[in-house]
Design a protein around this ligand. Structure first.
Ligand code: PHE
Length: 341
């Protein structure tokens, strides 16, 4: 019996424990209920009283020895596991960031929609390839009128009646043809103009136009709506002003400026040292336009406005080169991830 105990002691001593699996193997082999050491205790009952005392003593020592080795190994393995999981290898490449994000123009468009939806405006959509009537003639641009030059566009040689829309006002015409007033809608979308590409101009950009036609809609409604918009969009201390302007489809017409967000009206490069930045065109829908769309201008009046999404986004995020929006450079686009729309 003493021989066996000696042999098992050597086994306990030489058992190599390097990881959690080894710890468990050790436990099962020696000190679990069916382990070798435990089994030896079973065999004590076959011995005489004197032998029992003697062998019991060395067996107890073996048991303590094995248990001590087990506890120590358990602590060591746990500590080295913790150390490994905390160690940071700075030479490894970063974990790839796979979450996508919305384009800054989409973020701005969504925010504009949010503001007008709360005022009861719905969202309308229309074609980008349009005919002359919906883009120009119905909107009171007479053929060959110089106002068409303000919005030079791309015509199709084969059929000069077809063009790429220069503004989303074509959707206003379509809405008024389809629906009876009251009409209260905004129209976000892509538009095209024949312009040389630079930091400030592009051959396509995005607009949101708005239209409200009902009985007794007046200029005060237009003003109040855009006041509300400017404050929601740019902050409550933003100042707003209306400047007389000209559009064939509105009368009277006004250009809308807000106090420069960058210099707070003191004058800087962004506002060309005027303290004001233009954000939208607007006006009361011209009676000819209402008539062209089958609405009686004696019964109904309306206001309309239009703004460029790129321009709004520029002011919002201080991005001052239009080309960045369509170059698809991930380094630019991913910066808008954390911005809440
Ligand atoms: N359609 C005009 C433009 O693109 C903007 C506008 C819309 C102006 C509605 C007045 C009223 O320039």
């Amino acid at each position: 019996m003493e021989e066996i105990i000696k042999k098992i002691k050597t086994e306990v001593e030489t058992f190599v424990i390097e990881n959690a699996n080894h710890v468990e193997e050790f436990r099962l082999k020696f000190i679990s209920k069916k382990g070798l050491v435990t089994e030896l205790f079973e065999q004590l009952k076959h011995l005489t009283k004197e032998e029992k005392q003697k062998v019991g003593k060395i067996l107890n020592e073996l048991k303590q020895f094995a248990e001590a080795k087990f506890t120590e190994a358990q602590t060591n393995v746990a500590a080295s596991h913790k150390k490994n999981s905390q160690a940071i290898d700075f030479t490894l490449p970063p974990v790839p960031d796979k979450t996508g994000n919305l384009h800054p123009l989409t973020l701005t468009r969504n925010r504009i929609i949010e503001i007008f939806e709360r005022l009861g405006f719905s969202v309308a959509d229309g074609p980008e390839i349009e005919d002359d009537w919906h883009n120009f003639s119905a909107l009171n641009f007479p053929p060959n009128h110089p106002a068409r030059e303000m919005q030079d566009t791309f015509f199709i040689e084969k059929n000069p009646e077809i063009l790429l829309r220069t503004h989303t006002s074509n959707v206003q015409v379509r809405l008024m043809n389809q629906q009876k007033p009251p009409i209260r809608a905004i129209m976000p979308g892509r538009v095209y103009r024949n312009e040389a590409i630079s930091a400030r101009a592009h051959c396509f950009f995005h607009q949101v136009e708005g239209l409200y036609v009902d009985k007794n809609v007046g200029f005060a409604d237009l003003k109040q709506t855009l006041y509300h918009f400017a404050k929601e969009m740019y902050g409550h201390d933003t100042k707003i002003r209306f400047r007389p302007s000209y559009f064939p489809f509105t009368e009277p017409s006004a250009e809308i400026d807000i106090s420069c967000l960058i210099c707070k009206g003191k004058g800087c490069n962004v506002c060309k040292h005027t303290g004001w930045v233009e954000i939208a065109g607007s006006g009361m829908v011209h009676p000819n336009v209402l008539r062209n769309c089958g609405i009686d201008p004696e019964e109904y009046t309306g206001f309309a406005f239009g703004m460029g999404i790129e321009r709004v986004t520029m002011l919002r995020y201080q991005v001052n080169d239009l080309r960045l929006y369509s170059e698809n450079d991930i380094r630019f686009l991913k910066q808008f991830k954390t911005v809440v729309s």
